[in-house]
Design a protein. Structure first.
Length: 108
């Protein structure tokens, strides 16, 4: 069936939140200001709870790759460096994991 066991959902939510929170703490110690808001951490926690802990590495990798590609294209278009929200890329990866992943597995 479809779904994640409660203990897996709780573990994935905690792991997703803790990973981004820890990354943000390290970034803030290095640069002196936070690198992301709390919403990104909460979104990854929610996605981890819905999709399971096994999705976290591939989902985070997909969000990062699409985000970096978007940032490079945007910077090359206007030549300026501006902050970029990470939430939309997490949402994209989550939508793919929820909707696209099972479809791709079914087809192949």
């Amino acid at each position: 069936g479809f779904g994640v066991a409660l203990h897996d959902a709780v573990a994935a939510a905690a792991a997703g939140y803790a990973f981004l929170r820890g990354t943000n703490i390290l970034f803030q110690a290095w640069r002196g200001y936070p690198g992301m808001g709390g919403g990104d951490m909460k979104l990854l926690a929610a996605l981890g709870a819905w999709l399971g802990w096994a999705w976290l590495p591939q989902g985070l990798l997909a969000a990062c790759l699409v985000g970096v590609l978007f940032a490079v294209l945007r910077r090359s278009a206007n030549g300026r460096h501006r902050p970029l929200a990470f939430g939309p890329f997490l949402a994209f990866a989550g939508a793919y994991g929820l909707l696209g992943g099972p479809v791709v597995q079914f087809l192949f």
